[in-house]
Design a protein around this ligand. Structure first.
Ligand code: AMP
Ligand code: GLY
Length: 419
């Protein structure tokens, strides 16, 4: 069967490499893809949010199955549009994707169904939000834009001044557009963070192996939040006991709640958790695979990814057994100098072949393109250098040695992933 994967980052490269291992997969198309994905799939110059264009393309090529990976096409109803013309897809429909695309929706859902999360209030006027924050007088306080904001919509304000500035930029200046029409003001929680991706067909939920992201730009968790600078799997804080608490108090209650609300969630549901002194709590839901979590989770998948995805689409995930490689994995992101702020692109990249010569190492492309027959940088996050090892220490050592082989002007990375 021919497949179509929507997206063009490191996460999509990992999804495609995993799908390619399936015995049932013919040609994989990807829109828009990148220079690395082009070695594994046929890239199509369509925008991931071009619902009409993608539906037409998929129909014209008689593609049997579509994997919708990024948040924005999901929130716009890509899966609904594909299903309306009889094309099977992996991913939630628009109503279910709201669990990520509206923080107000997800917070209200958790409150209604007693799913542990930070205390919160919702505001649609900045003055009201500020009055509430100053009356509380508790800092840091967390301010979140309601809608999608490319991972930048959360501001942790250390003072009244910072809170005022955050509210002004989100709600008056609309730096995230209409995503900032409402905000959630939330209690600041502390504890280790865990990312759990789970396959679910709306009734059955099967968590994947755990992982840990490193969201800050610089070593020692300093600097601004990014999309993610590196990941490890498994997450050492996520014990079997904690996993069973999460299953009973968070994962199953969430999919039951979504079903009860008439929005059964099908696809990959991402639980961003914080292990607080009072137990695990939900920091956020995502309606999709994480990036760069996927780059450490899918290399450990031993089962056939297409079979799992089709079982999700057909509501028979309960029939599928999912096997995982016991070996840990690590991914270090090589980013462009200046990311997540301004950065330059078009810098030549050398050494990927040498990096991948080491067994167990895969270099996923995130922001790359071909210019004049040369591989060059094309984004903030450029590559995800990933390795499997017998131990986490070995996986990290292999990933960092492979990263050393890779050169491009302005290569920026964290030296302490997994520390
Ligand atoms: P999000 O985009 O929702 O994942 O938030 C980005 C990051 O902000 C999270 O990974 C946390 O590190 C932090 N964060 C979000 N909400 C809270 C909270 N209530 N308390 C403390 N940190 C938070
Ligand atoms: N790595 C965090 C995310 O994908 O949202």
């Amino acid at each position: 069967m021919d497949l179509f994967v929507i997206g063009g980052g490191g996460r999509e490269h990992a999804v495609i490499k995993s799908l390619k291992k399936s015995a049932h997969v013919g040609t994989i198309y990807c829109a828009p893809g990148n220079a690395g994905i082009a070695q594994d799939a046929k890239c199509v110059p369509l925008n991931p949010t071009d619902i009409k264009g993608i539906v037409e393309f998929v129909k014209s090529k008689a593609i049997g199955f579509v994997v919708v990976t990024p948040d924005d096409p999901l929130a716009l109803g890509m899966v609904d549009a594909l299903e309306a013309v009889g094309i099977k897809a992996f991913g939630p429909n628009k109503a279910a994707a709201e669990i990520e695309s509206s923080k107000v929706f997800s917070k209200n859902l958790m409150k209604k169904y007693n799913i542990p999360t930070a205390e919160y209030s919702v505001f649609d006027a900045p003055a009201d939000a500020l009055t509430f924050i100053t009356a509380q007088g508790k800092y840091p306080t967390v301010i979140k834009a309601d809608g999608l904001a490319k991972g930048k919509g959360v501001i942790i304000a250390q003072s009244e001044t910072e809170a005022r500035e955050a509210l002004h930029s989100i709600m008056d200046d609309k730096i995230f557009g209409s995503s900032g029409n409402r905000v959630v003001v939330e209690e600041f929680l502390t504890g280790p963070e865990v990312s759990i991706l789970a396959f679910t067909d709306g009734d059955t939920l099967k968590p994947m192996v755990s992982s840990k992201d490193h969201k800050r730009a610089f070593d020692g968790d300093e600097g601004p939040n990014t999309g993610g600078m590196g990941t490890i799997s498994p997450n050492p804080y996520y014990t079997d006991d904690i996993a069973s608490i999460c299953m009973q108090s968070i994962f199953l209650p969430t999919i039951r709640a979504m079903k009860k609300e008439g929005r059964p969630f099908k696809g990959c549901l991402y639980f961003g958790l914080m292990l607080t002194e009072k137990g695990p709590k939900v920091i956020e839901y995502n309606a999709r695979f994480g990036d760069p979590e996927t780059q450490v989770v899918l290399p450990r998948l031993q089962s056939d990814l297409l079979e799992i995805m089709e079982a999700v689409a057909d509501n028979r995930l309960n029939e599928i057994e999912i096997r995982w490689d016991a070996r840990p994995s690590a991914c270090v992101v090589a980013a462009s100098h200046g990311y997540p702020g301004n950065y330059q692109t078009g810098k030549r990249i050398f050494g990927i072949e040498q990096a991948e010569a080491s067994p167990g190492v895969t270099v996923y492309h995130a922001g790359t393109r071909i210019d004049d027959k040369q591989l060059v940088t094309a984004g903030g996050r450029v590559l995800g250098v990933t390795a499997l090892g017998c131990t986490l220490a070995q996986a990290l050592q292999k990933a960092y040695s492979a990263l050393d082989e890779i050169q491009f002007e302005g290569k920026q990375f964290r030296h302490d992933i997994g520390n």
